[in-house]
Design a protein around this ligand. Structure first.
Ligand code: C5P
Length: 319
């Protein structure tokens, strides 16, 4: 059976990846750049429903609130939005869409379905203009990594992609989640542009994710995976799925688990081919996807044809 078919069934291991990706994974394990020291057990064999409840119980979307050092000393309580992310929408959203940036979404004609949701989450510099038919044009939340804030090519300050949306930024911090260490040496220095942007646009909700939240997700992925996963943060896609599970009654995820349109085209908006974008090299992406596949409540046919996974929101299920 093909790799894709096995992925749909949740039955793949890293040994089935091409040698280049396997080598990259091994190198990341050896480097352990973020000083991951996993103390838990691997390979808990939870069912999909048990896994959902474990995730619901453990995951706590946390953003920098300015109350902890060094941010407290630096006066960040007045820089961060007054209303925390989880209080922005008192009643949350009904149904939500998480739109992955994968090349496989091209020619999907999913745009209308995506826009029919109450809220839509997109990632980094993924555009809608010119791609409406396949990805829709509504954006409620945009998750951006620290490179978007720091690389001038992305025009973070003036691009319309980052206006009139809730922004959620993140940066790989040490596994210890020591904020002092992170502040002194972020992967990319998002702190300065963040404060500048907050000063200029005080009414736009804009948050930085707390490293504890990111690594909490990593721990859950490792605990529920037999193999050793890359000791690097989960991808923006996985982070976004969990944020929406905490804000929405139902989450429809598009082209995370690849559909029949699977392609090595990395992004729908860029002519660049690399299997690592879909299967992971730096991020433990393959394992994230296997976890999400286990929790899928959607139709198999929607998975194949739309690349769609449906997950309940945390508040929709009593555990
Ligand atoms: O590349 P970027 O991080 O901006 O893409 C957003 C997210 O979409 C990724 O973090 C990943 O979870 C998902 N993605 C994917 N397959 C691709 C490209 C992106 O699953 N080919």
């Amino acid at each position: 059976k093909s790799f894709l078919y096995k992925l749909w069934k949740g039955d793949v291991s890293s040994k089935m990846l091409n040698p280049r990706l396997q080598k990259a994974m091994k190198d990341y394990l050896n480097t352990n750049k973020h000083g991951v020291r996993f103390k838990g057990k691997r390979n808990s064999r939870l069912t999909g429903d048990q896994l959902f409840c474990e995730v619901k119980e453990r995951v706590n979307v946390k953003t920098i609130d300015g109350k902890e050092a060094p941010f407290s000393t630096l006066g960040w309580e007045k820089h961060v939005p007054q209303i925390p992310l989880d209080k922005l929408y008192a009643h949350g959203f009904g149904s939500c869409a998480v739109v992955m940036s994968a090349g496989a979404i091209l020619n999907s004609s999913l745009g209308d379905e995506i826009d029919s949701h109450d809220a839509v989450l997109r990632f980094n510099s993924a555009p809608t203009h010119g791609y409406e038919k396949d990805v829709g044009n509504k954006t409620t939340v945009r998750i951006i990594n620290s490179q978007i804030l720091t690389n001038p090519n992305h025009h973070f300050i003036d691009s319309s992609l980052y206006k009139d949306v809730i922004l959620v930024a993140w940066d790989p911090a040490p596994y210890s989640a020591n904020l002092n260490v992170w502040y002194k040496k972020p992967d990319y220095n998002l702190f300065t542009p963040y404060v500048q942007h907050r000063r200029k646009n005080p009414n736009q909700p804009f948050y930085i994710l707390h490293p504890k939240f990111i690594w909490q997700l990593w721990d859950i992925i490792q605990e529920n995976t037999k193999e050793k996963i890359q000791p690097n943060p989960p991808s923006s896609g996985f982070i976004g799925i969990l944020i929406m599970m905490s804000m929405c009654d139902e989450v429809h995820v598009y082209e995370y688990i690849p559909s029949v349109r699977q392609t090595d085209l990395c992004h729908y908006h860029e002519l660049y081919y690399d299997a690592a974008c879909t299967l992971g090299a730096y991020h433990p992406l393959l394992y994230e996807k296997l976890l999400v596949q286990r929790m899928n409540k959607g139709l198999q046919d929607d998975l194949y044809r739309k690349g769609k996974v449906v997950l309940p929101g945390f508040r929709s299920v009593k555990c």
